[in-house]
Design a protein around this ligand. Structure first.
Ligand SMILES: Nc1nc2c(c(=O)[nH]1)N[C@H]1C(S)=C(S)[C@@H](COP(=O)(O)O)O[C@H]1N2
Ligand SMILES: [Mo]
Length: 245
């Protein structure tokens, strides 16, 4: 609780993901969300415990869309038009067997489904049914080299000024059983607004860690020299890198 409020106060001068400042000023509603988090025993389990998994009847029919707009460049337009037939998930960096996986290949890997709650730092939550490939499975496919410490997610969208969205997890977080590379939301292929064709879903951390529109996953020893050096687009603006709920 204390930690979360600290994050909140640290953000008050920033224009955050959406209207963070406004959300944080509505302190009562933020408090309410945090209190409900406590009540559901979803909090304080960090990356070791499991986030609560819900039932089909708990799923929110309309999962809110947040963050930057879906990529609007010609390349993404082409991918969309051909239903992502030409999409390749590049996995490289400190791995034994770099690869570029098609959606068909990703779909034939073992699939996991989890109904979990997404908690945005702005103070809203939504429950969704996510299916896809466990990140740990993909890491095993490519083989993590000893020098690797972080899994970096490079996204295809940008903030309007050309700064690409990106995120990172350490290997421990990346091997968490619920760290999912999601291909589907609520029994349908991921739609463009929710990160098609592939996004991360990490229910044990705040929403901004769950990178949408992933184009490349790179294993690195350090993120000190990547973009702003803090391991993520919002982290470079002052958000916490570890965003455990
Ligand atoms: N690539 C990318 N991933 C992103 C974002 C973004 O702007 N770009 N926004 C993040 C934030 S702040 C949240 S709350 C969730 C929103 O996911 P949703 O649109 O599926 O609700 O995506 C996260 N992942
Ligand atoms: Mo968010």
């Amino acid at each position: 609780m204390k930690r979360r409020l600290f994050i909140a106060s640290g953000l008050s001068t920033l224009a955050g993901c959406g209207s963070v400042t406004a959300a944080m000023n509505q302190n009562a509603s933020v408090q309410r969300v945090l209190a409900s988090v406590e009540r559901l025993n979803h909090a304080l389990i960090g990356t070791r415990g499991l986030a609560r998994e819900y039932d089909d009847r708990d799923v929110d029919a309309n999962f809110r869309v947040n963050g930057f707009a879906a990529p609007s460049d010609a390349r993404y337009g082409e991918l969309l038009a051909e239903k992502f037939a030409g999409y390749r998930l590049v996995v490289d960096g400190a791995v034994e067997r770099p690869n570029a996986f098609s959606l068909a290949q990703l779909s034939t890997m073992p699939q996991r489904t989890q109904i979990t709650r997404h908690d945005c730092v702005e103070g809203w939550s939504a429950i969704g049914k996510w299916s896809g490939v466990a990140l740990s499975h993909l890491l095993d496919r490519v083989g993590v080299r000893p020098g690797a410490r972080y899994v970096l997610f490079r996204c295809m969208d940008n903030d309007g000024s050309g700064n690409l969205y990106y995120e990172s997890l350490d290997l421990h977080q990346a091997r968490h059983p619920q760290a999912l590379l999601a291909l589907r939301l609520n029994d349908a292929p991921l739609d463009p607004d929710h990160g098609a064709p592939l996004r991360l879903k990490v229910p044990t951390q705040l929403g901004y860690k769950s990178a949408k529109w992933i184009g490349r996953i790179e294993l690195v020893g350090s993120f000190a020299n990547i973009y702003g050096g803090r391991g993520g687009y919002w982290e470079d603006q002052g958000y916490e890198w570890y965003a455990g709920i």
